[in-house]
Ligand binder design. Structure first.
Ligand SMILES: [Zn+2]
Ligand SMILES: [Zn+2]
Length: 438
C-alpha cells in the first residue's frame, strides 16, 4: 500500500500535467471537427508573403473571440496575441502565415484554387505548400486549450502570427518593430514546422543547430571584351568565372573542418552573347550555407578573396576586380538550445508518448525563426518538426523505396487529423508545463 502512495506522490510532484495527458488528448480530439474546418478554410485562402491580409484578420478575429488581447499590424500583416494569467514566465509560440506561388496538385477535396496578382502584374496560383496553414491551425487549437485549462497554469502566453517567412522578412521585421520591447519579453520560444519526412503522430527534434545560415551572393566578374579570334587582346571573364567556380569548391572541401557543415553552390552563371565575342562580364549567383557565424564569416571572406585573386592573376587592375555582393536579407541559422530542447521533448514525451518523439538530422535549409533566439537576450528557443505524412503512405514509401512529396511540392498534403491532434496536444502540454504554478 505504502509503495503505491509513494509512486502516486512521485507522479504528482514530478509530472505536473501528465496525470491529465489522456484528458488533454481527449479535449483536443473533441475540437478536431472545429479545427479541421479552420484548416480547410486557411488552406483554401492562401496569400503570398507580405500580403497575408485576410489571413491576419481571420486569426485576429478567432484569437479575440477566445479572449486574447490582439495587436494587429506588426510587420504589416503580423499579429501578437497575449493571454495574461497571473504572475509567472512568458512563453512565446510562433506560427508563420504565408503561402507560395504553387499550383496545387494534391487532389484533396479542399484543394486551393486561389490566385493573386504579383508585383509584376501577373496572375499566379497560390498554395500553402509549406504547411503554414497547419502551423496556424495548431496555434489556434493550442490557444483554445490554454483558455480552457487556465486553472492549470500561471504566467503569460504570447502567440505570434508571423508573415513573410518564405522571404525571410517577418521575424526580422517583427523584431525591428519592437516585438520584445512593446510586448512581454518571452522566457522561451517554441515553433513547430510540418515535416514531409515524418509520419503524422510523431514529432522530430534536433539538439543544437537545426537549420542553416542562408546567404545569397552575387559575384560580378569583370573582363575586357573583344573578338573571340583574338583572345590575347582581351581579358576573358568566362575563363575567370570558370576558375572562380572550381576554386570555390575547394573552400568547403579543403579549408573547413570535415566535422563542420557548409555549402557553396553556384546556382547560376550568365555571360556573353555569341560564339565569337569575348564579353565584358559574367554574373555568378551563389547560395552559401553554414551553421556557426564563424564559418559564415569565413566563407563570405574567402569568396571575395578567391574572386579577387583569380582576377588579379588574370591581369585585371584593382578598379576592375569582381564585385562581390552579399544580399542583406540573409536567414540566420536556427539553434535549438539543448537544455531547453530537452525540457520540451520531455514534456512532449509525456503528452504524446516517448516513442512518438524522435531525433532527426539537421538540414541546410533556412527558417527565420532562429532570429527570435538571437537577440541580445538569447532566449532559449526550439523549432520542432511536426510529422505530417499519412502513416500508411510513409510505410509504403519506406518499404518500396519510393519518394514522398517534399515541402514546397504541389503534391504536399498533410494528413490533417493526426497532424493537428499531435501538434495541438504537444504545444499545449509544453505551454502548460513551462507555465507551471509554483
Ligand atoms: Zn517554405
Ligand atoms: Zn515553411
Amino acid at each position: 500500500m505504502k509503495s503505491y502512495l509513494i509512486i502516486f506522490l512521485y507522479l504528482v510532484i514530478s509530472l505536473p500535467f501528465s496525470a491529465s495527458a489522456e484528458e488533454l488528448k481527449q479535449s483536443v480530439q473533441n475540437d478536431i471537427p472545429y479545427l479541421e474546418k479552420i484548416y480547410h478554410h486557411l488552406h483554401q485562402t492562401p496569400e503570398l508573403s507580405k500580403a497575408e491580409f485576410k489571413t491576419a484578420k481571420y486569426l485576429a478575429k478567432k484569437l479575440t473571440e477566445y479572449g486574447f488581447e490582439v495587436t494587429e499590424g506588426i510587420a504589416k500583416t503580423g499579429l501578437v496575441a497575449i493571454l495574461k494569467n497571473g504572475d509567472g514566465p512568458t512563453v512565446m509560440l510562433r506560427a508563420d502565415t504565408d503561402a507560395l506561388p504553387v499550383l496545387e496538385n494534391t487532389g484533396v477535396s479542399y484543394m486551393s484554387t486561389a490566385t493573386m496578382i504579383n508585383d509584376s502584374g501577373v496572375t499566379i496560383p497560390i498554395m500553402h505548400a509549406c504547411g503554414h496553414d497547419m502551423h496556424m491551425t495548431v496555434l489556434l487549437g493550442t490557444a483554445k486549450q490554454m483558455v480552457k485549462y487556465k486553472d492549470e497554469w500561471q504566467g503569460t502566453l504570447m502567440l505570434i502570427a508571423q508573415p513573410g517567412e518564405e522571404i525571410s522578412y517577418g521575424a526580422k521585421q517583427m523584431l525591428a518593430e519592437g516585438l520584445f520591447e512593446k510586448f512581454p519579453l518571452p522566457d522561451y520560444n517554441i515553433a513547430m514546422h510540418v515535416s514531409a519526412d515524418l509520419p503524422a503522430g510523431k514529432v522530430g527534434y534536433v539538439m543544437g543547430y537545426a537549420m542553416a545560415n542562408v546567404d545569397s551572393v552575387d559575384v560580378l566578374v569583370k573582363g575586357i571584351g573583344g573578338h573571340g579570334a583574338y583572345p590575347h587582346k582581351t581579358k576573358d571573364p568566362v575563363m575567370m568565372a570558370a576558375e572562380i567556380i572550381v576554386k570555390l569548391q575547394t573552400v568547403v572541401s579543403r579549408e573547413i573542418s570535415p566535422l563542420e557543415s557548409a555549402v557553396i553552390t553556384v546556382g547560376s552563371i550568365h555571360g556573353g552573347t555569341k560564339h565569337n565575342i569575348i564579353s565584358n562580364g559574367v554574373k555568378l549567383q551563389l547560395t552559401v550555407r553554414s551553421y556557426s557565424d564563424q564559418t559564415r564569416n569565413y566563407l563570405l571572406k574567402r569568396i571575395e578573396e578567391i574572386s579577387h585573386g583569380v582576377a588579379k592573376t588574370a591581369g585585371m587592375s584593382d578598379n576592375l576586380l569582381p564585385e562581390v555582393i552579399v544580399q542583406e536579407e540573409y536567414t540566420p541559422s536556427v539553434y535549438n538550445q539543448p537544455e531547453f530542447t530537452q525540457l520540451v521533448i520531455d514534456n512532449l514525451g509525456q503528452a504524446i508518448g516517448k516513442d512518438n518523439v524522435v531525433v532527426t538530422l539537421p538540414v541546410m535549409a533556412g527558417e527565420d525563426f532562429g532570429r527570435y533566439g538571437r537577440t541580445k537576450e538569447k532566449i532559449p528557443s526550439t523549432l520542432l518538426w511536426l510529422g505530417a505524412v499519412n502513416p500508411e503512405k510513409y510505410k509504403d514509401a519506406i518499404d518500396n523505396d519510393k519518394g514522398l512529396p517534399s515541402l514546397h511540392s504541389d503534391k504536399f498534403a498533410p494528413d490533417t487529423i493526426p497532424t493537428i491532434l499531435t501538434g495541438v496536444t504537444g504545444m499545449t502540454a509544453n505551454a502548460i508545463n513551462l507555465l507551471q504554478k509554483k
